[in-house]
Design a protein around this ligand. Structure first.
Ligand code: GLU
Length: 281
């Protein structure tokens, strides 16, 4: 079987140790399998993406000694493909426009005794706008997936194949969790066009990715992405959600963790081998 994986950084900050671990692991797994390692620049959120970060990220990846097998795919070059995917889901009757603010969602979701359930994008949407016709969609509306309807159109619910340490095995998705734990996810936002989840599914199919190797924090997101891929008729990749690199206090590294930016280690004279050692590879 061919093995094609990718590293998909968002150019919204420097590459840090957590990204380096993800990139090296995906690269090494691809090389060990005789497969391909691809890059994708996840710059769909144009309000946060910066070309300077993209340039530095590519420089850091090359400095780490990782080689990639095709020109990087940049999401901002493929907006019509995401639009087409959204239109397909809408034509299937699976989307609706949503005008709720974050605050509306918080208030509607928080029954005093229960509190809100959190999914891959924060609070699971309480369904306030569900059923609004797409013809009513205004420029300020988000577009959401009607999860229950979407699942009704699938002959079988997807099963994830996972090889990561925390969940290795076959993971059949359940209707109950998809509806109540993930819910009516946003597929497009007014300022952004396609959401991360929709664009990642379109991109993984376009790049013929067979193995998605990324942090454990995206495990829940994979369930939503597998549903979207199934609705669009794309084959599901095998997933490998790896452990997260944490700071000295056990918190996972975030973009703001500039202190662990690869460029700073480089400036201090660290070698790529040092970085591998620091992340336990
Ligand atoms: N761009 C995403 C991130 O930096 C990764 C997306 C993915 O690997 O699916 O978190």
């Amino acid at each position: 079987m061919t093995f094609r994986t990718r590293f998909a950084p968002s150019p919204t900050g420097p590459l840090h140790l957590g990204h380096a671990y993800s990139a090296i692991l995906a690269h090494d797994m691809a090389r060990a399998a005789g497969g391909a390692f691809l890059l994708r620049i996840d710059d769909i959120d144009q309000t946060r993406a910066r070309p300077e970060w993209e340039a530095l990220i590519l420089e850091d990846i090359a400095w780490l000694g990782l080689s990639w097998d095709a020109a990087p795919r940049r999401q901002s070059d493929h907006l019509p493909a995401y639009r087409a995917a959204l239109d397909r889901l809408s034509a299937m009757g699976l989307t609706y426009p949503c005008r709720c603010s974050r605050r509306d969602i918080r208030e509607a979701a928080s029954a005093p005794q229960e509190g809100a359930t959190h999914g891959p994008d924060g609070i699971v949407y309480p369904g306030t706008c569900r059923g609004r016709p797409m013809a009513e969609a205004g420029p300020g509306d988000a577009i959401r997936l009607d999860m229950a309807r979407a699942l009704d159109t699938l002959a079988d619910l997807p099963t994830l194949t996972e090889t990561g340490p925390a969940h290795a095995g076959a993971i059949p998705l359940t209707r109950d969790h998809l509806i109540h734990g993930i819910g009516d996810a946003v597929l497009a936002r007014p300022a952004m066009g396609a959401s991360y989840h929709l664009s990642v599914v379109v991109d993984d199919a376009a790049q013929a990715i067979t193995h998605v190797i990324r942090g454990e924090d995206l495990f829940e997101a994979a369930q939503l992405q597998a549903v979207l891929a199934s609705l669009l008729g794309h084959p599901l990749p095998t997933y490998h959600h790896h452990r997260l690199i944490r700071d000295d206090h056990g918190k996972r590294l975030a973009k703001r963790d500039d202190a662990r930016a690869i460029r700073l280690y480089r400036a201090e004279g660290a070698t790529p081998q040092d970085i591998r050692r620091m992340v336990g590879l």
